[in-house]
Design a binder for this molecule. Structure first.
Ligand code: KG4
Ligand code: ZN
Length: 337
């Protein structure tokens, strides 16, 4: 089975072809980072227009790179939410039109569930036919979400906790922006921190209560205050701040993952979302899982940030279970998992 995936929820225009649910044949991502950089964040109206201009060429490139024609495609999977509604609408309208014209099955995918399915790519499906190991414990960390989830079966989830304020990626982006690292700041913060002393700035590990919710706005404010107290920060200080912030954010996330794993005994721990590309978090989570003796899956960085391979994989799983959407499929900015 060949599925075309389409993703336009934020500022990447992406299309991909995936074979047999888990084998990527192409992965095209047209990033709009340069367009939004000068505004310090994504401008929704500009994002929608750019998706409109780029999407069809990106889809054609995905087919070309995969070496397939329209006749070879079995279905189209498209992100229907959550995300910027004007950006989502472009992908959904294009997917519906292409599916109608080409007579193909159509399925809408939840962006967060898509992120989870990055963990299925290039892995053998389970004996049950599911693409993800279950039961598993999943941490989805992106620019807009920080969710701790139990994956109980195929497409069956229980949310254990989520952020009460800023997402982890949002805290990284805002501090990075104040440090002059541009947008999106997470990747730049990651690079800078690699040369810094992670104990240079004594930041507290945020929000260690008994529950599974997270909170990152306090640590963001603390980091911004430390920065504001340095009128002319030295490079050593900036690198140290980057390293210190990442250390405590990773620590806050991983401690709760560890506690949830001890309570729920999952077969695997899955990391997903743009912040899963973070080198500090990847290392810290892998160590925790090893200590617990639980298998961990962390996708390659290119599949952590927004892409259409993960959407096609999730869509393929839904299509193979008979799920279809009709021509009334709509975009939903706040779609829950
Ligand atoms: O999943 P994603 O691409 O888009 C959303 O669905 O939000 O996540 C984007 C977020 C941004 O906050 C970005 O700064 C962060 O992921 N990010 C990183 C890294 N790469 C991307 N944060 C820390 N370290 C990275 N290497
Ligand atoms: Zn995302």
């Amino acid at each position: 089975m060949l599925v075309l995936g389409i993703e336009t929820s934020c500022d990447e225009t992406a299309a991909a072809v995936v074979e047999d649910s888990v084998r990527p044949r192409s992965n095209i991502i047209a990033s709009q980072a340069a367009l939004h950089q000068r505004y310090g964040g994504v401008v929704p109206e500009l994002a929608s227009r750019r998706h409109n201009e780029r999407l069809l060429p990106v889809v054609h490139l995905a087919l070309e790179q995969a070496g397939v024609a329209w006749d070879d495609i079995d279905g189209i999977a498209v992100t229907r939410g959550p995300g910027l509604v004007g950006a989502l609408v472009v992908g959904v309208a294009a997917a519906k039109t292409l599916a109608y014209v080409r007579g193909l099955a159509l399925v809408g995918v939840n962006h967060l569930e898509g992120h989870l399915f990055a963990n299925a790519i290039d892995h053998e499906p389970e004996p049950s036919g599911g693409l993800l190991p279950t039961p598993s414990l999943a941490l989805i960390v992106s620019g807009a979400h920080t969710d701790l989830i139990l994956v109980e079966g195929a497409h069956a989830y229980t949310i254990l906790g989520r952020t009460r304020d800023d997402a982890a990626g949002e805290a990284f982006d805002k501090v990075a922006r104040a440090m002059g690292l541009g947008y999106p700041g997470g990747p730049a913060l990651d690079r800078l921190g690699q040369t810094g002393d992670p104990s240079l700035v004594p930041l507290p590990v945020p929000f260690q209560d008994k529950g599974y919710d997270f909170s990152f706005s306090g640590i963001k404010t603390a980091a911004l205050r430390v920065l504001a107290a340095q009128p002319a920060p030295e490079p050593v200080f900036l690198a140290g701040l980057a390293a210190s912030l990442q250390r405590v954010v990773a620590e806050a996330l991983v401690r709760k993952v560890g506690r949830a794993a001890r309570e729920h005994h999952p077969r695997a721990i899955l990391l997903a979302g743009g912040v899963a590309a973070n080198s500090v978090l990847r290392r810290r989570l892998a160590d925790e899982a090893q200590g617990l003796g639980i298998m961990v899956r962390i996708p390659p960085p290119i599949l952590c940030t927004d892409n259409a391979v993960m959407i096609a994989a999730c869509g393929a799983s839904l299509l193979s279970r008979g799920k279809r959407d009709g021509w009334d499929l709509g975009a939903s900015a706040n779609l829950p998992l």
